[in-house]
Design a protein around this ligand. Structure first.
Ligand SMILES: CC(C)(COP(=O)(O)OP(=O)(O)OC[C@H]1O[C@@H](n2cnc3c(N)ncnc32)[C@H](O)[C@@H]1OP(=O)(O)O)[C@@H](O)C(=O)NCCC(=O)NCCS
Length: 182
């Protein structure tokens, strides 16, 4: 488990613990993925039961790293890397969500830094990519801060609140050769 001290002042002056997501966290995880801001910011359709998420978790255990953030004794966020198979084993897809009541308290940054440390330090990943709704300003700002850049976008990628929504594709590369085009 890794402890990060939040910036000084008020509610920020607390320790966020990062640890592996465990099968016993599925109730908390299901609650987070059903919250309005998390559902609006992710592809989560919400209302997944802990049993459905447990099945997802079992699959993800085989192909990646999943961590959660603990604050005040509660699971307040999740982040995961889904590592691809050869010949894309140097790549992973990132997912991230913070409990609606804990936004802007450093939780997302702490989770993202933990996964990047893991990706660079032990997994040897060279590419982390993600998909983000093109109007999700908080998430895009966070990803840019950690070195992710826009690679492109997809129109009408998902249905959100009954409306077709566009997404950005972003990636963080390590030691990539320069772009080759014809
Ligand atoms: C996006 C999300 C993960 C950010 O998590 P967080 O814990 O609130 O982020 P942090 O407190 O660590 O903020 C880190 C940086 O993100 C950016 N950021 C976060 N919230 C922001 C906001 N409301 N407006 C603008 N920038 C914001 C800022 O650059 C911030 O750095 P700063 O505080 O030094 O300015 C969180 O808002 C969330 O879970 N949203 C719902 C689900 C979601 O959208 N997930 C991403 C799917 S791709």
């Amino acid at each position: 488990m890794k402890a990060e001290r939040l910036p000084d002042g008020g509610a920020h002056d607390k320790c966020i613990m990062v640890r592996a997501l465990e099968s016993s966290d599925m109730d908390a995880f299901a609650e987070i993925m059903s919250l309005p801001r998390v559902r609006r910011g992710t592809l989560s359709v919400g209302y997944r039961s802990p049993e459905q998420l447990a099945a997802w978790y079992e699959r993800r255990l085989k192909s990646g790293v999943n961590v959660c953030a603990v604050l005040d004794g509660c699971v307040v966020g999740h982040a995961g890397l889904e590592v691809h198979r050869p010949s894309r084993a140097h790549c992973a897809h990132l997912g991230l969500a913070v409990h609606d009541a804990y936004h802007r308290r450093g939780v997302g940054s702490t989770l993202l830094q933990a996964l990047i440390d893991c990706a660079d330090g032990s997994l040897g990943l060279r590419r982390i990519d993600l998909t983000v709704f093109s109007d999700n300003a908080p998430a895009i700002a966070l990803y840019r801060k950690f070195g992710f850049v826009e690679e492109g976008f997809s129109r009408a990628f998902a249905i959100r609140d009954g409306v077709l929504a566009d997404v950005l594709h972003m990636a963080r590369l390590v030691d990539a050769p320069s772009l080759q085009t014809i």
